[in-house]
Design a protein around this ligand. Structure first.
Ligand SMILES: Nc1ncnc2c1ncn2[C@@H]1O[C@H](COP(=O)(O)OP(=O)(O)O)[C@@H](O)[C@H]1O
Ligand SMILES: [Mg+2]
Length: 373
């Protein structure tokens, strides 16, 4: 499909610069360009554009977004700004824009923006699920990987995993990926990134085109390179890129896990049944979140390696916890490890296992909750 573009940019030098980028790309035709948004609204219609680029560094232009979407119902509107601002991003999407692009942009960034936002648009609201465990070896990463895949398949919407288990992140192993860029580079570069450019730090998963992963560090000592503020900015930007953001956290409490939990719509606490103290550990971990006013709805305990994996057992665990247990997963060591070793997920096992059923049920619940919002 050919794009017919209208460009609105107040700064004359920038207007020239962006025009030449757009003109240089095959399949894009720059129909008209304006310095004033009002002129574009008045004169632009005769061109029947299907893509409008609107400079929002001019504050009045923000208020004109609804007029643009009314006047050009057949066009996607992308906003241009010289810096990224999470509040602006939410505001422009609510007003009807499809996305947000930092200027100046390269041809490649521009094409990627159109590709990413052109069809489905930026996420106006996203479900952010943080996965936390009181102790290591809880089955948490197995849960996140399988659940993300199930969410991607069932919802058809964009799903992003952030591997924030900074020292021993192994999400890349689960998906058989060898990352060039990881969370360390994303956090380092975030000041200069927009959702589009951050998207390229998330690796694609073969055969699942709506699931992407920001992998963990390659060496444990790199974890020190991750500061909280830019980490939070990465999460916020990912929220405008994906409908579902899943964050795999290191075990125990640390600044990263606390801040990810704060940014989440839902925090899952994961513990593996084994030695016998899991219920006490879980209860103690839950205490920490009790300060949240919406604690009862926002915190979700999950137990893995539960045998027998039945509803009665879940009810028993809920009574012991004095809190509803959100999901339980059976002891499926062979299934989950064989699957992960092949870069395939247990949830993909077509034969319908209890493990896959329970993951899929959890995914349905999450999708249902998002639709209620
Ligand atoms: N439901 C399960 N049943 C049995 N073993 C499991 C289950 N989930 C995970 N495991 C195994 O437990 C180990 C730790 O799992 P992992 O998901 O990496 O936990 P964490 O991320 O909490 O460290 C792995 O060897 C994995 O294969
Ligand atoms: Mg893990």
């Amino acid at each position: 499909m050919d794009y017919r573009v209208i460009l609105i940019e107040n700064n004359r030098v920038m207007l020239e610069r962006l025009s030449s980028v757009v003109r240089g790309i095959d399949g894009y035709e720059l129909d008209a360009r304006y310095q004033q948004a009002g002129d574009a609204l008045g004169q632009g219609k005769m061109f029947q554009p299907n893509l409008i680029l609107l400079d929002i560094d001019v504050p009045q232009n923000l208020a004109l977004i609804p007029e643009f979407t009314d006047a050009f119902p057949g066009a996607a509107l992308l906003c241009l700004s010289s810096n990224w601002n999470a509040n602006n991003a939410a505001q422009i999407v609510k007003a009807g824009a499809k996305g947000y692009l930092l200027k100046p942009f390269t041809a490649q960034e521009f094409i990627e923006a159109v590709h990413t936002f052109g069809r489905s648009g930026m996420a106006a609201s996203s479900e952010t699920l943080a996965f936390f465990s009181p102790k290591g070896k809880s089955g948490k990463t197995t849960l996140v990987a399988n659940l993300a895949l199930s969410l991607a398949r069932k919802s058809g919407e964009g799903v992003g995993i952030i591997d924030a288990d900074l020292q021993f992140g192994d999400m890349a192993v689960f998906f058989n990926l060898s990352p060039q860029s990881t969370i360390v580079e994303a956090v380092r570069d975030i000041e200069f990134l927009s959702p589009i450019t951050l998207n390229s730090y998330f690796l694609e998963v073969p055969e699942v085109d709506n699931l992407r992963i920001l992998c963990g560090t390659k060496k444990p000592d790199y974890a020190e390179l991750v500061d909280i503020e830019p980490f939070e900015e990465v999460v916020r930007m990912a929220q405008s890129l994906f409908r579902y953001v899943l964050i795999d956290l290191p075990p125990g409490f640390n600044p990263v896990s606390i801040s990810a939990a704060e940014l989440s719509t839902q925090t899952y606490l994961v513990a593996m049944i084994g030695g016998g103290f899991e219920i006490q550990h879980m209860r103690r971990a839950m205490e920490i979140f009790k300060a949240w006013p919406d604690y009862g709805k926002r915190v979700k305990p999950v137990f893995t390696r539960v045998e027998p994996c039945t509803d009665e057992q879940r009810q028993w665990l809920s009574r012991e916890m004095d809190f509803p247990v959100d999901a339980i997963l059976p002891n499926e060591y062979l299934l989950v490890s064989a699957a992960a070793n092949n870069g395939r997920m247990a949830v993909d096992n077509r034969s319908g296992t209890v493990f896959a059923d329970n993951i899929n049920r959890l995914a349905d619940e999450i999708i249902g909750r998002r639709k209620m919002r």
